[in-house]
Design a protein around this ligand. Structure first.
Ligand code: MG
Length: 251
C-alpha cells in the first residue's frame, strides 16, 4: 500500500530530509584525496548523530556503515572501509539516510575528487540532470512511469546505461516502502501520483552498459563493464504545488 502523508508528517519528513541532505553536503565538502572511506563515513555519522537523528542505513539489513560510499565503477552500497583510500580523479557516490521523529530522509550525490576526466564530468552532469527531469514529472496526476521514462530517455540519449536491477522507492516511516520507482518506464503507466506521496528518485547510471554485479562482500554493486557509475538521489514530496525536495540541504 502506498502511504500518503499529512502536512504534519511532511514537516517531520522535511526535518529528517534536512539532516540527511546536510550530512551529505557536509560529507562531500569533507572529501580529501588520501582519506579512507571509513573516515568519511565517521564524519557523516557524527553529523547525523549530533543533529539528533539516527543514520538510517547503519545496521539496515546488517549494513555496517552509516553511509554507502561507492567509488568509480561501484554503483551503490559500497561499504566504508579503512582499506579504501580516496584518490585525486575519483568519483565518489555517497548515499545518506537520516531517521528522526519516526521518518526517514534518503539522498545521494556523486562528488568529483579534484580534477576528473571529461567523460566522468559528462556522466555526473547527465545523471544529475536526469534526477531533476524525473523530479519534474513528480506531479499530482502523473504516473510513476512518467518519472522513470524521463530519467531513462535523458541517460540513454547520451549513450549511458540505466541500471534496472536497483530502483528508487517510496520512503517515510520506513526507509523503503511502496511504490517502486524505477529509472525506466512508459509514460502514463504505473501507480498514479497523489498529493502526500513521498518517494526517493535515484538514477543509477553507468557510463557503459546497464549490467551490474555484486562483490563478494555481499553489498557493493559494481558495473559489469568496469566503467564509471553515478548516483544522484532526492526524497521528494508530491504536493498540489508541485514536487518538493525534502532532502535539499540548508547548509
Ligand atoms: Mg534510496
Amino acid at each position: 500500500m502506498i502511504s500518503v502523508k499529512s502536512k504534519t508528517e511532511l514537516e517531520k519528513m522535511r526535518k529528517a530530509g534536512i539532516i540527511a541532505g546536510n550530512a551529505l553536503h557536509f560529507g562531500g565538502q569533507s572529501i580529501k584525496a588520501g582519506m579512507t572511506t571509513f573516515e568519511l563515513d565517521r564524519i557523516i555519522h557524527d553529523y547525523i548523530v549530533k543533529n539528533g537523528a539516527k543514520p538510517s542505513f547503519l545496521g539496515y539489513g546488517g549494513f555496517p556503515g552509516s553511509a554507502c560510499i561507492s567509488i568509480n565503477d561501484q554503483v551503490i552500497h559500497g561499504i566504508p572501509s579503512k582499506k579504501v583510500r580516496i584518490k585525486e580523479g575519483d568519483i565518489v557516490s555517497i548515499d545518506v539516510g537520516a531517521y528522526i521523529d519516526g521518518f526517514h530522509g534518503d539522498t545521494a550525490y556523486t562528488f568529483p575528487v579534484g580534477k576528473i576526466p571529461e567523460d566522468a564530468k559528462q556522466l555526473l552532469k547527465v545523471t544529475e540532470e536526469s534526477l531533476y527531469l524525473g523530479i519534474e514529472q513528480a506531479v499530482v496526476g502523473n504516473r510513476i512511469g512518467d518519472i522513470g521514462h524521463a530519467v531513462e530517455e535523458h541517460c540513454t540519449g547520451h549513450g549511458f546505461g540505466v541500471v534496472t536491477k536497483y530502483i528508487g522507492h517510496g520512503v517515510g516511516r520506513n526507509l523503503h516502502e511502496s511504490p517502486e520507482v524505477p529509472n525506466y518506464g512508459k509514460p502514463g503507466h504505473g501507480p498514479r501520483l497523489v498529493a502526500g506521496m513521498t518517494i526517493a528518485i535515484e538514477p543509477m547510471i553507468n557510463a557503459v552498459g546497464a549490467d551490474v554485479r555484486v562483490l563478494k562482500d555481499g553489498w557493493t554493486v559494481l558495473t559489469k563493464s568496469g566503467s564509471l557509475s553515478a548516483h544522484f538521489e532526492h526524497t521528494v514530496a508530491i504536493t498540489p504545488d508541485g514536487p518538493v525536495l525534502l532532502t535539499k540541504p540548508t547548509l
